[in-house]
Each structure stands twice: as C-alpha cells, then as structure tokens.
Ligand binder design. Structure first.
Ligand SMILES: Cc1cc2nc3c(=O)[nH]c(=O)nc-3n(C[C@H](O)[C@H](O)[C@H](O)COP(=O)(O)OP(=O)(O)OC[C@H]3O[C@@H](n4cnc5c(N)ncnc54)[C@H](O)[C@@H]3O)c2cc1C
Ligand code: SF4
Length: 322
C-alpha cells in the first residue's frame, strides 16, 4: 500500500482547505476506501480524516424534516429513535449494509459516495496485472463490454435507493461554496465518474422530508445473506387511498452505474393494484435497469429479481397501509 499523509481537521472549512485535487481523499469509516487503496484501484497521497467533525455526526429533527449528518455511522442510524420514528426505511436499509462490524465505522456519507463495483475491477493488483487491467483503472479496454467506450461498473450502495424513495436532499460544502440539491442530482450514469462532485466537495448532511401518509420498505438480494453488496436492491415508498395506490416511488441499486428512481410511475397513481398495474410496474422497472455482466451472477437474473422484489414490496406495503 502506498505511503499516505493523514490530516485530522476539526472543522468542515479546515477539511475543505486541506483538500488537493488529484491527491487527497476524504476518509470516513474507511470500509470502502481502505480496501480500494490496498488493492491499488483508488489512489491518494493524503487522506483527510473527517471522523472528528462534530457537525457531521448529528441527527436532528427539524420542523419539516430530519437532518442526518454525513458522518453518522450506520450503527447509530439503525439505533436512532428519531430515524425509527421519522424514516424507519433508513434504519431498515442500513441494517442490511455489509456486516455488524462494518456498520460500527461505516458512515452515511461514505455509503452514498462509495465507488462503483465490477468483478474485473475489485480485485488485487496481481489479478488485475495478469488480466491486463481494465479501462476503469490502468487499462484501456472494458472487460464487460469490450467495444464500449464507457464503464458499466455498478453502483451498489444500499442507502441511496432508500433516500431517493423518501425524496431526500443533500447539503454539500466545497471550495466554491455550499449548496443543497436533490440526492438524485449527485449521480451520473457512468461507472468511472458516477458522482457529480467538484474536487474538494464534502457531503455535510442529508435532509429527509416529513413522510406523513407514506409507507416504505427496502429489500435486496445478495450472495451471502450475512454480509454482501446487493446484486439488486429495491426501495419502495407508497401512499394508499382506500383500495387504490395514491402515489408510488420505486428506486433501485446494484443494477446500473447510478442509483435511480424508476420514471413513469405517476401513471399508476389512482389505480387499484391489479394484474395490469403490476404488468406496467414490471415493464417500467425492467426498462430503467441495465445490469451488465459485472458480477458473478448473470445480468438477466438480476433484472428478473429486481422486478420480482418490486412487485413483492409493493404488494406488502399496499397491504400494510390498509
Ligand atoms: C465486505 C464488505 C461488504 C460490504 N457490503 C456492503 C453492502 O452490503 N452495502 C453497501 O452499501 N456497502 C457495502 N460495503 C461498502 C462499505 O462498507 C459501505 O458502503 C460503507 O457505508 C462505506 O462508508 P465508509 O464511511 O466506510 O466510507 P469510506 O470508505 O470512508 O469512504 C467511501 C468513499 O466516500 C468518500 N466520502 C466519505 N465520506 C464523504 C463525505 N462526507 N463527503 C464526500 N466524500 C465522502 C470517501 O472519500 C471515499 O471515496 C461493504 C464493504 C465491505 C468491505
Ligand atoms: S465495466 Fe468495464 S471498464 Fe468498468 S470496471 Fe468493469 S471491466 Fe472495467
């Protein structure tokens, strides 16, 4: 592993001032970054340890929303009364991230900002050398789609779909100032550049609006039930009015280079969840997702599973909302 300088700022402003484009990386729990540095697939000359920033560790109920600091650990998120009361979906999704020992240090910000993943990329140096690398790191060809000029590495974070389904916004501080934007605006459909962040941008917090009338849930499929990234993960938020679906949001992870909301579901609002609605839902999910052969599991399987998870969740939440 390369030699690294480690800085320990005490404020957000200090952290941003310490950042050098192309050289520095922010270090939160390190459960994604450190393995990547050890494998030499992400590089850095200095790490800016943001775990000491008090501003990032707070969970605060505000009048119309819940503010969650980017440095809140997943263990703290799962155990927070405010989260369980205001947005239990987040605790549900966080409890499915990795294993319990990871969640002690893993943070909300690190989870959202984690690198994309691919079987041909998340390998040791010797493995990648023997296979002549790939376009995302040190090579020039994509091993998944050799004729492609883009990377299809998969975004596999579990919190992003839950936060998208809840309509969350993010607060970002950076060298050019602070901004708030919808979480969805943070992501791009590109396995090599999936985050729309300028150098030095730091995620400070996520803001979850009030969820009156919504019921929500998250399910994922993974190889090892005790500890693993999603092969496909689906978050659903649903409002029921009598025997009809009043509003529906579906967000997915593990199936594209970005976590995304399935578009076109407004057309299902006001309808009873009958076979025609489920057929339309199935079609919308399959249209949105584009799993590629970037994991040990067949892409077609992940696509079918994503549609199946969606149907199961919508049925469960519709019944729960009765
Ligand atoms: C065995 C194993 C299993 C895993 N399983 C899962 C899983 O099931 N689901 C899942 O989602 N993840 C999984 N992970 C990945 C990882 O553990 C989690 O995503 C974790 O939440 C990452 O958070 P962290 O604080 O450790 O991030 P770090 O590793 O510290 O950081 C990750 C990235 O985010 C950047 N970053 C961190 N905080 C900020 C911030 N505030 N602003 C800007 N950039 C920031 C860092 O610079 C880095 O690039 C797994 C990892 C391992 C090793
Ligand atoms: S999708 Fe292609 S370029 Fe991207 S990490 Fe995998 S093999 Fe490399």
């Amino acid at each position: 592993m390369q030699a690294l300088a480690i800085h320990k700022p005490e404020t957000v402003a200090q952290a941003i001032a310490l950042h050098r484009a192309g050289e520095s990386r922010y270090l939160a729990g390190g459960t994604d970054l450190v393995p990547n540095l050890r494998r030499n697939i992400q590089k850095a000359q200095s790490l800016i340890d943001i775990t000491g920033l008090a501003e990032l560790r707070e969970i605060r109920a505000e009048s119309q929303s819940l503010r969650i600091g980017a440095g809140v650990t997943l263990e703290a998120l799962c155990g927070s009364d405010a989260v369980r009361a205001h947005a239990p979906l987040l605790a549900e999704a966080a409890a499915l991230v990795a294993g319990p020992t990871h969640r002690v240090s893993a943070t909300v910000g690190g989870n959202l900002m984690q690198d994309t993943r691919c079987y041909f990329y998340n390998q040791g140096d010797w493995w990648r050398t023997a296979n002549e690398f790939c376009m995302k790191c040190e090579g020039d060809t994509c091993r998944v789609a050799p004729k492609s000029d883009r990377c299809y590495a998969c975004y596999s974070g579990d919190l992003a779909p839950a936060l998208l389904a809840l309509g969350a916004e993010v607060d970002i501080a950076g060298p050019t100032g602070n901004r708030r934007e919808p979480l969805a605006a943070l992501f791009a459909d590109d396995g090599m550049r999936h985050l729309k962040l300028a150098p030095g941008d730091l995620l400070v917090s996520v803001d979850v609006p009030a969820q009156a009338g919504w019921t929500a849930g998250y399910e994922k499929v993974r190889i090892r039930g005790a500890v693993d990234f999603p092969l496909a993960g689906i978050a659903v938020a649903l409002k029921r009015d009598g025997d009809r679906i009043a509003a529906l949001r579906v967000a997915c992870t593990g199936v594209n280079s970005y976590p995304g909301l399935v578009p076109g579901l407004d057309a299902l609002a006001g309808q009873k969840p009958d076979d025609a609605v489920f057929a339309a839902l199935d079609k919308a999910v399959r249209k949105e997702i584009q799993p590629m052969a970037s994991t040990l599991v067949a892409a077609g399987y992940r696509r079918r599973v994503a549609a199946g998870l969606t149907r199961r969740l919508v049925q469960r939440l519709y019944e729960a909302a009765a």
